[in-house]
Write a protein that binds this ligand. Sequence first.
Ligand code: BV8
Ligand code: ZN
Length: 255
Amino acid sequence: MSLTLSKKLHSLLTSSTRVVVFTGAGISAESGVPTFRAAQGLWKEFPVEKLATPQAFAEDPVRVWQWYCWRRELISKTHPNAGHRAIVRFEGFFDDFHLITQNVDGLHGFAGSRRMLKLHGDIWDVICSSCERSRLELTPVLSPLPPRCQCGGILRPGVVWFGEALPSRVFAAAVEAASKAQLFFSIGTSAEVYPAAQLPQIAKLHGAYVVEINVERSALAHIAHEVLLGKAGEILPELTGCLRDTPQGLALAGA
Ligand code: BV8
Ligand code: ZN
């Protein structure tokens, strides 16, 4: 696949220091994690309002817990792909880099991303629905019933459900990074869930060059300065190729 970049994007790739990458389910599609809106997407098969809302959990915690166990088991059989790995290289290349993700699958972290803002939480976290203590569970407890906290409260997946506020500090840091960005990549998202979908618009309003990478034009395409159509796992490694033949890139490659 030969990637054609505009002169503008090529020069920004080699001159920018403040860069943001914003991701959605599409970056994990090539790892085998179902997206939400695709034909077999999660929201097509399962009624989101019956599974990813606080009301659904209050109504039937077992059904909701089992659905997240099913997703954890599915994700535990997948691995980060070339797209996730390319973003780790971006992090090493740009001085002021931020990865802002809507994904709860943990694959960015498993790939090695560190400067990351998880807007919608992490499916490997659990939170007590009474005392709100949270803990990371890398050995997924695929128990049929939601476990109990030491306070007796029911544990729930550490994700942000519809109708729930995003973690305020994380969202504030995401807005700040987007407002300062020179280059803003939106990768594999339909940009239909708010307030996350505001971030590309905030970046553009503050002068960033907004690039969409997607297999199809999304709700974002009309505000992006440039759209690179194709799979993230194929386009991103090529983009890092453009970085390599720059002074920093050569330095990084230890030339
Ligand atoms: C809140 C965690 C209030 C859980 C998730 C304004 C206008 C309209 C509605 C609202 C609004 N403000 C708020 C709302 C309501 C709601 C909302 O946005 N609804 C939508 C549906 C209209 N928002 C909320 O409820 C938010 N909370 O507003 O609270 C509040 C405020 C203060 C105090 C109290 C309350 C909370 C939203 C977060 C919900 N949680 N996830 C879980 O995962 O189970 S959202 C979840 O769905 C994901 O995290 C993600 O954000 C979203 C799915 O979107 P994508 O990731 O983009 O995936 P999708 O399948 O749609 O698209 C994939 C894309 O990839 C496609 O474009 C495809 O073409 C592309 N692709 C596929 N393969 C590839 C590819 N691209 C590249 N390469 C490939 N290989
Ligand atoms: Zn508790």
